[in-house]
Design a protein. Structure first.
Length: 346
């Protein structure tokens, strides 16, 4: 999706078919949007529309409004990325405009952007083996990462997000009801990636499955918990890590806690300040990491291993761990109330 448009992406309703062809050639996006004087989008025109128009007898000097597609698909601002991708695939379309209530162009989704037009060399490992006991009884029948948020399994949202950022090789660490996950995702080709499975013979915690990677990767690895709903910019996180000498980088974000009591600051038995029910802001671990390949040496083979212990080990070895602070939406779906919130029910 883009929010800044090349001039050739938008053409006035007074344009000719020849003008439209020139615009499409100039913007290299195979589409142009036709707008009136107020900026209202009246239709869109593609290479295919031009060919069909010429075959139907229209001339190069004909008005673009005679051959443009007036009944086109568009979405409102804030539309879910995964839903847009579903729409594009279901209807075999390459571009979906984002229009506000006045039908003014806000942005435009391109299929090549959504599936990651430039593949990254990085692999991703998604921890999807947990039982999700805190979400029972829902997770008695399905693994926690397959719990749906807005009609889509959380794990599928993560995979689509990774693909959208150009990550094309994804390892899913599976254990509890692994067959359901493997049946749903298969080899990943339907989602534009290659998926392989790290099958845990026993629960290995949030970091132990890293020891099951078949070979040491050549580039930094993205590691994510499988129960997240977030739109964090993974490309920005990878780039931030690459710009440092850190062995690993942890994604963090702000979390506010309100103290339910008045707090007192004292010095030598004398009150200095009194604050009623203050709110404290801290940074929390958001379950998204980038680790260098050599960091895998610190992960014990086939043992339960919390990933937090990995960062403790790195610091004890005088390795630095970076922090990537992001403010994009993020929710860890650990409790029923979190699931209700993720589905807009709270």
């Amino acid at each position: 999706m883009t929010a800044s448009f090349p001039a050739s992406l938008i053409i006035p309703a007074t344009s000719t078919v020849r003008d439209a062809m020139a615009a499409i050639d100039a913007n290299a996006r195979e589409v142009a949007l036709v707008c009136d004087e107020s900026g209202r989008v009246l239709g869109l025109i593609t290479d295919g529309d031009v060919r069909r128009g010429l075959l139907a007898g229209f001339a190069l000097d004909s008005s673009v409004t005679e051959i443009m597609t007036k009944d086109f698909f568009f979405v409102a601002p804030g539309a879910d990325r995964a839903s847009v991708l579903d729409l594009m695939r279901a209807r075999s379309i390459q571009h979906v405009p984002v229009l506000d209530q006045k039908r003014t162009l806000v942005a435009i989704h391109f299929l090549t952007d959504l599936i990651g037009s430039t593949p990254k060399p990085n692999i991703a490992v998604v921890m999807a083996g947990g039982k999700g006991t805190r979400l029972r009884p829902i997770t008695e029948q399905i693994p926690k990462p397959m719990v749906e948020v807005a009609g889509r399994p959380m794990l599928e949202r993560i995979v689509l997000q990774l693909v959208g950022h150009g990550v094309r090789t994804i390892y899913l660490a599976v254990n509890f009801k692994a067959e359901m996950i493997e049946k749903h995702f298969g080899d990943g080709s339907a989602l534009g990636c290659r998926i392989e499975y790290l099958r845990e013979s026993k629960a290995l915690g949030t970091g132990g499955a890293l020891s099951l990677l078949p070979m040491r990767p050549e580039h930094p690895v993205l590691v994510l918990n499988g129960d997240l709903v977030t739109n964090v910019n993974l490309t920005a996180m990878l780039e931030a890590h690459a710009a440092t000498t850190h062995a690993a980088t942890i994604g963090v974000g702000p979390f506010q806690v309100q103290i339910p009591f008045g707090t007192v600051v004292e010095q030598n038995g004398q009150m200095i300040a009194l604050e009623e029910k203050p709110e404290i802001s801290v940074l929390i671990n958001r379950g998204i990491y980038v680790i260098n390949p050599e960091v895998l040496d610190y992960v014990p083979r086939d043992e339960e291993f919390p990933i937090t212990e990995l960062f403790d080990a790195l610091m004890k070895a005088n390795k630095t761990v970076g922090v990537f602070n992001f403010t994009e939406s993020w929710l860890d779906v650990g409790m029923p109330k979190d699931l209700r919130r993720a589905n807009g029910q709270v």
